[in-house]
Write a protein that binds this ligand. Sequence first.
Ligand code: PLP
Length: 402
Amino acid sequence: MDKSFSGVFSAMTRRLGEETAPVWAVHDEALKRAANGEDIYLLSVGDPDLATLPSTIGATIDSLQKGRTHYAPGRGELRLRQTIADVELRASGRPCDPDEIVIFPGATNAIYSVLACLLDPGDDIIVLDPMYVGYEGIFRALDLNKVGVALDVENNFAFDIDAIKNAVTATTKLVFVNTPGNPAGNIISGPDLEALAHYCRERNIWLVCDEVYSMLTFEEKHVSLRKAASELDNVIIIDGLSKSHAMSGWRLGWVVASRSVTDHLLDFTSSVIFGCCQFVQDAAAFALTNDEEYINGVREEYCQRRNYVCERVANISGISCGVPKAGMFVMINVAALDIDGLQFAQQLLDEQGVSVLPGVGFGECTAGYVRVSLAQPINILRPAFDRIELFLAQGIKPTNPR
Ligand SMILES: Cc1ncc(COP(=O)(O)O)c(C=O)c1O
């Protein structure tokens, strides 16, 4: 038997294996160097450094000791869905039925499932540019045609409804937005969301909104799509605990949508997920009912970090940034240095051991930016920015012509 096996992979597998923008290359290199003992500052990760609320861990241990280790209902545990329905009622002032909620192992999975239920391969998906880099893999897996609509970069990444309207065609089935936004920390205002929801419903278009940073806002509050939309049958919200509750590893997210959507999502989850961990759902229900003080503290911490980073950037010549309204990131504009974000990130890592993400991974309009994560305490941000300052003081090296 010397003939080697030459099995053919699916088209989806091949699409997922295609080259992407080298957004993670700098980060991966930084991890490698850190593992080799080099002194590296990682400002490229979006995983909260904060601890999960300790009493949530206690509640989880109780749940495990009670034997909550079996299959759970496909829609999710009723107690958690009721808790989320209460959160939704408080956020929107609109009653929410637990059957309008489906639990997923993380928002990523929720987004994948929603898009798989609503779109077919080859369909357009209208999405904001810049966008969270993780959407890219979902769109590829489902073979969706990404139609990026630029935020107003000159105006601190403000939302532009006319740009969305210009991108909609007779075949558009779905518009996907993210507010508060990753990477830009922008917030879509209540009136803009209302107008967008109305516009989409008039044209029979689904409107899906990723709200995973809804609790991490600073001066301006998040407006939920459920609050803004006058009709709820075409709108779908995705949220989760990874960011707000520093529970990224617990894998817990959810969808809020009309019954017609959640019934189909149930068919989908029953086929491909078959229920989320009972004890994680118990933990999530506990976290969402005992979190007021914790969330205030988390918000305050990120706000201080944001202020610190923005102040440092303002004092370094050659780079600039707008002040993000929410979330865990600051986008730094490096275009005045006459290099792009990728070149900046590569040189910064090479020369000073600081890892930031090149903006090109998030969209075309942020190629001249790098993203700095606030998932590091100020005692790490401080020396990291000292190095960034030194890097710029020493002068950017000429690069290959772009
Ligand atoms: C906008 C956005 N949506 C979704 C996710 C993924 O969330 P989860 O950990 O719940 O899958 C992230 C993670 O960075 C994100 O930034």
